[in-house]
Design a protein around this ligand. Structure first.
Ligand SMILES: [Fe+2]
Ligand SMILES: [Fe+2]
Length: 170
């Protein structure tokens, strides 16, 4: 199903998250100039989490999920699963630099992130569009738009502080 315009900004972020997942999985990335060493991958995913993924998850859990809960059994089941996956992905993220199997943890995180995003795109968003229809989705529009404004403000703030806080790969 073609993505509804209201959900496109979120689908755009999903594409970026899929890109991040590809980069941190095992093997050399086919993307030119992408991080390749474990340290580079670690720094990259930590910065992606701080700059985008964290706020994306937060918007979904605090705004989007409550807005669409209670209308459809399949959506409600997916909401529970997706929130659990967020918690698991964050837990993976927080233990990346602990212990000595970072490469393996990055690979596991990459697979978990990819599976999560694909479920949101292929199951959750598809079902949302089918159940809510254009009228229901348009009610989400102001929420998605204010998220985009907040997100941009956070990124501007982060880019001001980033140079001294972002770990440098070696
Ligand atoms: Fe998402
Ligand atoms: Fe999500």
């Amino acid at each position: 199903m073609k993505r509804h315009p209201v959900l496109i900004p979120l689908s755009h972020e999903h594409r970026q998250a899929l890109f991040a997942a590809q980069i941190i999985k095992y093997g050399i990335s086919r993307y030119k100039g992408a991080p390749t060493t474990t340290q580079e991958k670690l720094a990259y995913i930590q910065s992606f989490h701080q700059e985008q993924l964290g706020t994306h998850f937060q918007f979904e859990e605090e705004v989007l999920f409550p807005l669409v809960r209670g209308r459809d059994d399949i959506i409600d089941r997916l909401l529970t699963e997706l929130a659990e996956e967020h918690a698991l992905i964050i837990a993976h993220m927080n233990t990346l630099d602990q212990g000595d199997d970072c490469e393996q943890k990055l690979d596991r995180l990459g697979h978990a992130l990819e599976a999560h995003i694909r479920k949101e795109e292929r199951q959750f968003f598809e079902r949302l569009q089918a159940v809510l229809g254009d009228e229901g989705l348009m009610k989400l529009k102001p929420h998605v738009e204010s998220y985009q404004v907040m997100d941009r403000m956070c990124r501007t703030e982060l880019s001001r502080t980033a140079p001294s806080e972002t770990p440098t790969p070696n």
